[in-house]
Design a protein around this ligand. Structure first.
Ligand code: SF4
Length: 80
């Protein structure tokens, strides 16, 4: 049986060592991601967009610096 459980995001992390400040995450989900003075993204609000938008934002990152975890603490993006 495929796992059809809907995605429930519980935690978002930005790997600031990877982030290159390309900012599509900010464009897709400005309520969640903003750039700081070092031009690196950080999470302003873990619940600043719906889960689909947050996932889209993570997928838009060219260096996969955004990690997403579900409510069980499993990393759902990037796939491990
Ligand atoms: S899309 Fe990725 S590289 Fe660009 S600002 Fe966001 S986290 Fe950083």
């Amino acid at each position: 049986m495929p796992d059809t459980k809907p995605l429930k995001i519980s935690r978002i992390e930005v790997d600031r060592d990877l982030c290159i400040g390309a900012a599509p995450c900010v464009t897709v989900a400005p309520g969640v991601f903003q750039l700081d003075e070092e031009n690196k993204a950080y999470v302003v609000n873990q619940k600043g967009a719906d889960d689909e938008t947050i996932l889209l934002a993570a997928q838009s990152c060219p260096v996969q610096a955004i990690k997403i975890f579900d409510e069980d603490g499993n990393q759902v993006y990037p796939e491990v």
